[in-house]
Design a protein around this ligand. Structure first.
Ligand code: SF4
Length: 299
């Protein structure tokens, strides 16, 4: 079955479950139209649209994530309330107060030092989304403050922003717990991210960024429920609600892999972001992390 048909199947299941629950009543004509599209069996495509790129989940957690993806994707752009800039700080502060005392994941609430809500400009055009706080972030109460955070800050500054110009948040607001006595960090589970995702949604709704950047495969999984590898997700535009999302490698990947080619990949993703934001790009910026021409062996 082509990924296009899989996408239509997912959409149909969602519409039918909404219809069955009568929330809201789904127009039968829409279902009929999708069935007709399926019957036309369009040519298998390698389209990079979010629906085509999305793979049917294989377990219950993924099904929940799929539902979130669909409900996010179903948010009509025209229906989105425009938040006046003056209200954003107040709304963000109110949300922050609520999240700071959240105990929805009791195991994480017991383990954490602080809730890592997010930081930056509530009216930012650009928002970065990571997966979850690590040990450094948990102690400081701020996302991306360890070595990976320093690298992210350098990337942001190389793009021409100050860290305070953008907004930075994680899908999960509490550090994933670790066995007693062990150090290090673990990835958040799909269920944990699913539980916390409404807070990120609220942040996005307040900020209404023009562009988002998803940092790493776990963040992509938290946002979209996709289990595709980063090598196929990276460098492409995805859509969360009505907001374009560029997927790129997590800064910690670049710390592990110092190859110029990998840095260049991330930088090319950031160049796409700057272009999407209609910001000027200098020639110097365009050339960052390009391999220098090898010295000629000719005299
Ligand atoms: S991870 Fe999110 S949902 Fe879970 S306790 Fe922390 S703030 Fe609440």
């Amino acid at each position: 079955m082509s990924s296009f048909i899989q996408g239509l199947d997912i959409l149909l299941r969602q519409l039918r479950s909404l219809d069955a629950a009568n929330r809201p009543r789904v127009d039968q004509a829409i279902i009929d139209r999708i069935e007709k599209l399926k019957a036309e069996d369009p040519v298998e495509t390698s389209s990079r649209s979010p629906v085509a790129a999305y793979q049917e989940p294989s377990n219950a957690a993924d099904v929940v994530a799929e539902q979130e993806l669909n409900s996010a994707a179903a948010t009509p752009a025209d229906d989105q309330e425009v938040v006046p800039a003056d209200d954003r700080e107040q709304r963000m502060a109110t949300l922050r107060e609520k999240v700071l005392v959240c105990t929805k994941c009791s195991h994480l609430a017991e383990f954490r030092h602080t809730v890592v809500f997010g930081v930056g400009n509530p009216s930012a055009d650009l928002m970065f989304v990571g997966e979850a706080p690590g040990a450094d972030e948990d102690l400081r109460g701020e996302p991306f403050v360890g070595r990976a955070g320093e690298l992210l800050t350098r990337i942001i500054e190389t793009m021409g922003f100050k860290r305070s110009d953008v907004y930075i948040a994680n899908v999960l607001k509490c550090r994933p717990d670790m066995p007693k006595g062990s150090s290090g960090n673990r990835q958040p589970t799909p269920e944990e991210m699913q539980t916390c995702l409404p807070y990120l949604r609220d942040q996005i709704e307040i900020i209404q960024p023009k562009v988002m950047v998803a940092l790493g495969g776990v963040a992509m999984r938290g946002l979209f429920g996709t289990s595709e590898p980063m090598k196929s997700l990276r460098g492409r535009w995805h859509t969360f609600g009505n907001i374009p999302v560029m997927a790129t490698f997590h800064p910690s990947y670049l710390l592990r892999n110092q190859a110029l080619t990998e840095k260049r990949k991330v930088w090319e993703d950031m160049l796409q972001v700057l272009e999407r934001l209609d910001l000027p790009i200098t020639q110097r910026q365009r050339n960052f992390f390009l391999a220098k021409p090898e010295a000629s062996t000719n005299p």
